[in-house]
Design a protein around this ligand. Sequence first.
Ligand code: WTA
Length: 637
Amino acid sequence: MADEADRLQPELWAPSAETLETCLVKDYDALRNQAAADPLGFWEREAKELAWFEPWDKVLEESNPPFFKWFVGGKTNVVLNALDRHQNTPVRNKLAYIWEGEDGTVRTMSFHALNREVCRFANVLKSMGVNKGDRVTIYLPRVLELPIAMLATAKIGAVHSVVYGGFSVEALAERIQDSESKVLITADGGFMRGKPVPLKQIADEALRRSGTVEHVIVVKRAGLAVSMEVGRDYWYDELMGLPFARNPATHGTCKTEVMDAEDPLFLLYTSGTTGKPKGIMHTHGGYQVGISATMKYAFDVRAEDRWWCAADPGWITGHSYIVYAPLMLGVTSIIYEGAPTYPYPDRWWRIVEKYGVNILYAAPTAIRGLMRFGEAWVNRHDLSTLRLLGSVGEPINPEAWRWYHRVIGGGRCPIIDTWWQTETGAFMITPVPSLPLKPGSATKPFPGILAEVVDEAGQPVAPGEEGKLVITRPWPAMLRGIHRDPDRYVKQYWSTYPGKYLTGDSARVDADGYFWIIGRVDDVIKVSGYRLGTAEIESALVSHAAVSEAAAIGVPHELKGNVIHGFVILREGFVPGPGLVEELSAHVAREVGPIARPEKIEIVDKLPKTRSGKIMRRVLKARAMGQPEGDLSTLED
Ligand code: WTA
């Protein structure tokens, strides 16, 4: 196998003379060493490049670990840096976003226009009684109203919780309920592969299952007929046209709320080891420092660049690198609404050519998917504007890496493989363009970040050996906790190896200090780069009348990274058969979302359990993959 040979002796891709000459960081190791000697000094220098209402007294407060605080006493707001500070510079007249709908519609928005829309919508939210600290759930397709809603929420000091538009009823209901959101912002529908997705209808159903939302704001996108509840539901367009949105008293502007550096900016729900999804909390101060520094160095972004992060704004990648960091750096972003293969497999390459994209940041699963259609689809387009490529979400296999590098990047674009998580907020392990690359390795920790691979006892393993990936020092963009569950925060991330942050990934470090991420070692499944938990899928399965017990596992898949296999025990009186299996799959898709649809469901009489009743998913996984089942001494029978 080619990939196996690569792992044993990977090739080294040296940067071109041109890259070396023009890139921002010429000597990554020197910058890393300098930052390692004085990490707080490094982060403080980065923080000083941003605007603050008031400076901080202390860079890091670590007296109560793991409840770390950054830039203590500093006053800021991420919107001050993303929008306000550009309004008196030439950036005001640059495009912030070029948006292309799946149907080919184009909409552009300058930093000035974006700021105006954000101010108006912030006034709308205020008029609905949204105050500092209140939560707002955003459930939208990939439209410009999504960043507008996020920025408006942040501007007035409220906390957004974006729920990915591909999630469905139960996933949305759970997230609304846990965040106790006052307002929900959604759309009549969105488009995916030419078909409308009825978001408002899903939201209505979710609202019947959760009880905190007072008002719903509905963006018109798909032209679907929806039911509007009088007194609760309002059309976005109508609200934006009302006098209070324009607020003549303030010339249509809205004051950016002065926030403490440690005040919450957003919650983003993500899947964890057990139980319900957890609301990962990020704050204004440290987060903005982490995302802007990482984007600036790793992607070497220039003022004239057109940046395209092809993720969904509803995931952390979109929060950090479609919305906040590119705006902070004053860069023009592309947002494309739909599927990469719609209507033909060259849609992405068409977009790169049309807008002259300089940096494309995408997920390996998308690359593998497009690779399948062959080079002819790529070669009919001029991709010569591309300077850098990025990868995120899962390990990129060397074969896909080389295709991406050769066919998309024309052999001249370094691939910036960024390892990070919802919890880390910003890149943690990543190259910069001048660093020699090894296909499949995310290379080295970012300056100021200290990562280690350790054994069960928490001791660093020898080079080349597999172990658990941990971060050994706090960093500014780190999560500050799990919403309403400080104990779980401590237990899940900081208790296995006291003082070290547990990532949930396994990895190894080679003799050159390059990190190779192997994958999740907990019950998180990465399907096409999307993060799902076994618990969510299992609870969707058992919510069906026919199911008494269920287990879900991730099984490696060539294209999607992993797919979900479900195992269910039926209740008395239900007859196994293909009809029922199909119905159970559809039920999971309806409850959690189409991305969670199991590829296979097996009806079984028994599930392997420990004597204490815990399902042994690793046994199911070994069986599904035809591998040895390992130590079975704890198996019940
Ligand atoms: C995986 C996505 C290998 C990893 C930003 C991590 C990666 C999880 C990479 C977090 C990468 C992300 N190489 N694996 N470059 N990037 N991962 O929270 O398993 O959706 O723990 O954040 O994705 O997923 P999340």
